[in-house]
Design a protein around this ligand. Structure first.
Ligand code: ZN
Length: 175
């Protein structure tokens, strides 16, 4: 692994995820919450674009691949996994790789659901999953693009991690 003085500095990561609205009557799971009466999203798992973007940003920050590396379609045990479970697993992988998580910021892009009334609840759910602060904002695209036409939901996330000071030292003679 590339080691340098940069190891002491925070590392940023980025993640993007998009899911189409499902054609069946699947429930909507988004940002770790169930949204009663809202159209669900299609996907290998529950389609929680907010949680998936957050997880991808964590992997990106730690430099350990991406969502497909860890939870791809070749991992059937993650089919149907909740966004909360995936983000929790991602945070565990990143910590296991020797990083502390600073924070994750996610922006949801879509017309529905109306997000602001449940923002605090969603932030609490995903902060619990990551065991680190997760902030979530929401925006629309003025009717443009796939989210503006109501075809699906997109999310973009950033994360900051820093190499853990208490990570186990490599095997070798004690100092
Ligand atoms: Zn996804």
């Amino acid at each position: 692994m590339y080691l340098s003085e940069h190891d002491r500095l925070p590392r940023t990561g980025i993640g993007v995820d998009v899911h189409a609205f499902a054609s069946d009557d699947a429930p909507l799971w988004l940002a770790g919450l169930l949204w009663e009466g809202e159209r669900g999203l299609s996907g290998h798992s529950d389609g929680d674009a907010v949680a998936h973007a957050a997880a991808d940003a964590l992997f990106s920050a730690a430099g350990v691949g991406d969502l497909g590396t860890h939870f791809g379609t070749d991992r059937p045990e993650y089919a149907g996994a909740s966004g909360h479970a995936l983000l929790s697993a991602a945070a565990g992988i990143v910590r296991e790789a020797g990083f502390d998580i600073g924070n994750i910021a996610v922006q949801l892009i879509g017309n529905r659901p109306k997000f602001s009334p449940r923002r605090a609840e969603a932030e609490a759910a995903l902060s619990d999953a990551a065991q680190a602060p997760v902030s979530i904002s929401a925006t629309t695209t003025d009717g443009l693009g796939l989210t503006g036409r109501g075809e699906g939901i997109a999310a973009i996330a950033t994360a900051v991690v820093v190499r853990s000071a208490h990570r186990p030292t490599p095997a070798g003679p004690a100092a």
